[in-house]
Design a binder for this molecule. Structure first.
Ligand code: BGC
Length: 392
């Protein structure tokens, strides 16, 4: 059992008080096995509980959306919330979590900047019996990680690799090889995410496993020869660093822009935009119809969704942050009720010390022709936002 003991005690005390009629629940939608009411958002105990929510940065809109959605969901369930963003700066995040613990947070929800940099904070949380939910990015090398909510990160990589193959005319959208596909050789280049983010490896492995048969049979050629994760990784998912690396590759390997490049694997929309800027600057494109290489992405950031609508970026992976936030609220509510949160994966996410029970959500690949159905119809962005490339 991973749930911290004070929550067991607290839930048991609460359940006893409830049974004795000492506490009236308001707005409780489910009693849960322990009868504590926490899982249903019963305000009687939820308002007693402060959840510290640590998010990595506000420079990428996905994390702003995550932070706000988690806060709103928890507050709607009656919890008090201390939400902090850390500017992608590790010392800022460690201080924020230290402060949450000092201020008496009862549960922590953490999306780490560096998954290996929070050990002393997690030790302190463990010592204070504060349950920790790892949000989207797995916190590594510490036993005090109670639960992990994320998307299926390997499948994100498979979806990125498949989108790249599809964009280059090698497979259909589902990754099935086309009989009349080009035989190549076609040049591609590879970008991976931040090496300190556990997800980056999953994305890269999923994508590389998907591309591998086409690299092995000579259809695809990574002309720079740069294929190792450490070589193609992008620290802190930096758009600027990605742009610089793409510019360097164009100079070193593509004759400054005179040689053909069919596609670039990109793990994140910010990185994609850096890559596209470098490519356009060297004379490729400016759009897919004029020979801009196929560039993938992730997160459905509004600026990239506009580029996809405009026929510039080829695809992105839509991770509905509303669903992930709702899952985090469900997990917090289970923990607050003294229950074991429901997991749908109990084998994949070994953080170096233990396998962390996880709940993984599915993702959707976005191309120009399903922006309307997947993004606009679901209310993630409005049509005007997609047109302007700015989210209101
Ligand atoms: C997330 C991705 C995101 C990346 C950069 C990863 O941990 O899973 O959705 O693109 O961080 O923020």
């Amino acid at each position: 059992m991973n749930i911290r003991h004070n929550f067991r005690r607290r839930a048991a005390t609460f359940a006893a008080a409830l049974a004795a009629g000492a506490i009236a629940l308001t707005g409780c939608s489910g009693s849960g096995a322990g009868g504590s009411g926490g899982a249903g958002g019963g305000s009687a105990d939820a308002s007693d509980i402060t959840v510290g929510v640590a998010m990595p940065t506000q420079t990428s809109e996905r994390w702003i959306a995550d932070g706000n959605a988690v806060k709103e969901g928890l507050e709607a369930a009656g919890y008090k919330v201390d939400l902090q963003f850390a500017n992608d700066d590790i010392p800022t995040q460690t201080q924020q979590i230290d402060q949450m613990i000092t201020n008496g947070a009862d549960i922590l929800v953490v999306a780490a900047i560096d998954g290996t940099a929070l050990s002393s904070q997690l030790d302190a949380a463990g010592a204070a019996n504060i349950p920790v939910v790892s949000y989207d990015r797995l916190i590594r090398d510490n036993e005090n990680v109670d639960f992990y909510v994320s998307f299926d990160n390997y499948k994100v990589g498979v979806a990125q690799g498949t989108a790249l193959l599809y964009g280059m005319g090698l497979t259909d959208r589902d990754g099935k090889e086309l009989a009349d596909r080009p035989k190549g050789p076609m040049n591609i280049e590879l970008f991976a995410g931040s090496p300190d983010d556990n997800n980056a490896n999953f994305f890269f492995s999923g994508a590389m496993d998907t591309l591998k048969p086409f690299i092995d049979d000579g259809t695809l050629v990574v002309k720079s020869g740069q294929t190792a994760f450490d070589t193609v990784a992008t620290l802190r998912w930096s758009q600027e660093a990605a742009q610089k690396r793409m510019e360097d590759l164009i100079t070193s390997t593509y004759g400054g822009g005179s040689e053909k490049l069919a596609g670039v694997l990109s793990p994140f929309d910010g990185i994609s935009r850096g890559i596209i800027t470098a490519l356009q600057g060297a004379g490729y494109g400016p759009s897919l119809a004029d020979g801009l290489p196929v560039v993938t992405g992730q997160d459905a950031e509004i600026a990239s969704v506009k580029l996809i609508a405009d026929g510039v970026q080829q695809s992105t992976i839509f991770k509905d942050t509303r669903k992930l936030a709702a899952q985090a609220v469900t997990v917090v509510s289970a923990i607050a009720a003294g229950e074991e949160p429901e997991a749908n994966d109990t084998t994949t996410y070994d953080n170096g010390v233990k396998v962390v029970p996880s709940y993984l959500l599915e993702v959707t690949t976005i191309f120009k022709d399903n922006i309307q159905d997947e993004i606009i119809a679901s209310g993630y962005y409005t049509e005007d936002e997609v047109k302007s490339g700015v989210a209101n």
